[in-house]
Design a protein around this ligand. Structure first.
Ligand code: LUZ
Ligand code: MOS
Length: 749
């Protein structure tokens, strides 16, 4: 089954926000964001902007009919600044004009005066002065202090990861259109249509039923549009509400980079203890998350760092503490992996540090500590583990001994080039960690000509979820794919959607499609049995034909449907699914939060130029646990994309703020993302078909986020190459490992 969007994507015919035909009378918006990171507002001068010909109106907090509040988890985020600004780029005013050019020109004429307030950019500093978003949380198992006393080896250190731009190809944006009776229709490039609808209703002071949010697809989301697509949509809707005209705001790349949140940077302290057999007995970690100026999704992101603090390893004694630190940066947000990668980087650093100090290979420590089935995680859930199977399959498929030998020979015979290897096992929990979010709905109609329409709460953002939804319907009804159309995600058709996030979209919405299709199918079988004077238990539909037991009848799908319609049988259904089993008790930080876990292992080989600090990634070889993949082409695409995105985060994507909290890496000329030249020369993916029953749709495990974490392996492979050149290197554990950092690591005394 190919991706149903591939044809229109290739021809440039797929519809994104900017492809929606504009109505006559459409106005264009542009936001004015604060020019300082922290300050008390003393004056906002809009006059020059207001007087620019073509400017229709400029909106500020004074124009909000409802509440000036869009915080998702904590109500700490005004839509517009009122008396102070907390980060550079914080929206202060919204200009609406006859053209985009005029709106942007007017923004430049706005003058904001402020009295400076202290600017904090460092999370450790924020924690020191008690500037936390939410109270700290601790996950705990066993007794680390006792266990450390039994350890033969103990190592401590610091590990740091930087942020990451989402760099979705389609920037943030929205288009709002007035509808009758004070209603609004909004097209939004969002992963969370209900979040847009809910906050818009609160800001406008109208009920949610007046707001229709419609999403055909996004040109990428990666978490950046889980919570942060809301602002732009509400700005447009606010203007539409007042002016009764369509308003569009589609951000330019630099506006997007300057005004939207990124992956949360972390700095962390770790202490790891091992016994003489390299078994990890004890692990303590403190995460200091740079949340930025408001909570956004940061508390939830931080929670996932706690869940994934031991990655794919069994550690009997753990204390993990997490601080969400409020700084004066742009509020950071969800990004593929959602705190998991940040947490996993720390234990991988701890293991690498232990290996270097002990003079063993990191993979010797990794291998003996992998999770086994029924091992209990720090949060109390017993895992069904594929960690060892994936690792051993990797050994079997790729003959690493041979690779190790090649690298050893290469390194012995080359002075100015060194190769490095790493293993990166992953374990990622599937489900929203907020239990209530694990629900979804779908609407299925069969029309009288036999064709089918499916709508779900899932957002297509390039990950191929619509193709999977179509496959679920096609398989359940046993009809050809061509019979089915998946239409746009719309809050009038599907209510109270969870965002498309947490890798769980296909599972949750796919199950809802299945529930709906099965209900219709049951009615169709009962009806067919009546038509054929048969027992309904003997009826099935196969490839659009009705069968009695194993014999084909003359009754075809299209006949069955029209006859059912004529007999007034209900050919529509709304399906609801809520993940069973999952639970979590935050008062003790224990439970069974995940429907299941995804596993895999990556083996990475890099070649470092020790004169220049530049490097090539020669190969990333992966054994990944797909369960039973329902679409191997799409799933392979997710793995490849995830790996390259993870490598970008770990090696070259460097977000830089100056001490005044101003983003310096605010354009594609100063922020480097992986291109085809920096991608691995070889990505080899072995599909590991784990047999255990799981709660995934058709046993096809979630695949969105887990592969990003294979990219962490590239960091450690590069580090090993640096150490191969200079065993005394003082290179720390701080990503990204850019060529500059590699060079310093090679030579700095
Ligand atoms: N979003 C969210 C997520 O709201 N909750 C989650 O647990 C999550 N996990 C991964 C990615 N996005
Ligand atoms: Mo996400 S990080 O929006 O699954």
């Amino acid at each position: 089954m190919h991706n149903i969007d591939s044809y229109s994507h290739l021809r440039g015919e797929s519809i994104y926000l900017d492809d929606i035909p504009e109505l006559s009378g459409t106005l264009y918006g542009a936001a004015f964001g604060s020019n300082v990171a922290h300050g008390k507002i003393t004056n906002l001068d809009l006059e020059a902007a207001q007087n620019l010909p073509g400017v229709v109106r400029i909106f500020t907090y004074k124009d909000i009919p409802g509440e000036n509040q869009i915080g998702g988890i904590v109500p700490d985020e005004p839509l517009f600044a009122e008396d102070k600004v907390d980060f550079e780029g914080m929206p202060v005013a919204f200009v609406v004009a006859e053209s985009k050019k005029i709106a942007q020109k007017a923004v430049k004429l706005i003058k904001l005066s402020t009295e400076p307030l202290e600017i904090i950019t460092c999370p450790r500093k924020a924690k020191e002065i008690g500037s936390l978003i939410v109270p700290p949380r601790t996950f705990k198992t066993g007794n680390t202090e006792d266990a450390f006393r039994k350890c033969k080896y103990i190592f401590e250190g610091i590990a740091e990861t930087n942020g990451q731009e989402h760099l979705y190809i389609e920037t943030q944006g929205a288009y709002s259109i007035p509808a009758e009776n004070n209603s609004i229709k909004v097209y939004s490039s969002t992963q969370g249509p209900t979040a847009v609808q809910r906050h818009m209703a609160a800001v406008l002071g109208i009920p949610m039923h007046r707001i229709e949010v419609d999403v055909t697809r996004l040109g990428g989301g990666f978490g950046g549009k889980e919570d942060q697509a809301t602002v732009w949509a509400i700005l447009c809707a606010l203007a539409t509400h007042h002016l009764k005209r369509p308003v569009k705001y589609s951000l330019d790349r630099m506006e997007d980079m300057r005004m939207s949140g990124k992956r949360n940077p972390y700095t962390s302290d770790y202490k790891i203890g091992l016994d003489e057999n390299l078994k990890i007995l004890s692990y303590e970690v403190s995460f200091y998350q740079n949340a930025g100026a408001t909570a956004d999704l940061s508390p939830a992101v931080l929670e996932r760092s706690l869940f994934h603090c031991t990655n794919a390893y069994y550690v009997p004694n753990v204390v993990a503490t997490a601080y969400s630190c409020r700084t004066n940066l742009i509020p950071n947000t969800a990004f593929r992996g959602f705190g998991g990668p940040q947490g996993m980087f720390v234990i991988e650093s701890a293991i690498a540090k232990a290996a270097e100090e002990l003079g063993v290979n990191a993979w010797e420590i990794q291998r003996v500590n992998l999770l086994k089935t029924n091992d209990e995680m720090v949060y109390g859930q017993k895992v069904v583990s594929e960690a060892i199977s994936c690792w051993d399959k990797l050994d079997e498929e790729f003959d690493p001994q041979n690779i190790h030998n090649d690298v050893a020979i290469f390194n012995a015979s080359n002075h100015l080039f060194k190769k490095g290897i790493s293993y990166m096992p992953i374990c990622f929990g599937i489900s929203f960690t907020k239990i209530l979010m694990n629900q979804a709905r779908a609407l299925v109609h069969i029309y009288m000509d036999g064709s089918i329409n499916v709508t779900t709460g899932a957002i297509e953002m390039g990950q191929g979820v619509n193709t999977k939804m179509l496959q679920v319907a096609a398989k359940t009804f046993s009809v050809n794919a061509g019979k089915i159309k998946v239409s746009s995600t719309n809050t009038y058709k599907i209510a109270n959607t969870s965002p498309s996030a947490a890798s769980a979209t296909a599972d949750l919405n796919g199950r809802a499609v299945q529930v709906a299709c099965e209900a219709i199918l049951t009615r169709l079988k009962t009806f067919a049995a009546k038509l054929l004077s048969e027992n309904e238990n003997r009826i099935s539909i196969r490839d659009e034909v009705v069968y009695v037991k194993d014999s084909m009848t003359d009754l075809k799908w299209n006949d069955l449907i029209i006859q059912a319609y004529l007999q007034r049988i209900n050919l529509s259904e709304h399906g609801h699914y809520a993940t069973p089993v999952v639970n979590f008790d935050p008062s003790i930080e224990k439970g069974h939060p995940f429907a299941y876990h995804v596993f895999g292992t990556a083996l990475t080989v890099v070649k470092l130029d020790c004169l220049r600090g530049t490097y090539e990634i020669e190969a990333v070889k992966v054994v990944h646990d797909f369960g039973t993949s329902m679409n191997t082409i799409i799933d392979k695409g997710q793995i490849e994309g995830g790996i390259v995105q993870g490598i970008g985060w770990m090696t070259m994507e460097e977000i830089v703020y100056d001490n005044n909290g101003k983003l310096r890496s605010n354009a594609l000329s100063t922020y480097k993302v992986p291109d085809i030249y920096s991608a691995p020369k070889l990505i080899d993916i072995v599909f590991y078909k784990s047999e255990a029953e799981n709660l995934a749709i058709f046993n096809s495990k979630a695949v969105g986020e887990p592969p990003l974490m294979y990219g962490i392996g590239t960091y450690f492979a590069l580090r090993n190459a640096v150490k191969a050149f200079n065993p005394e290197s003082k290179i720390g554990f701080s990503s990204p490992l850019t060529p500059e950092k590699a060079l310093l690591g090679l030579y700095k005394k």
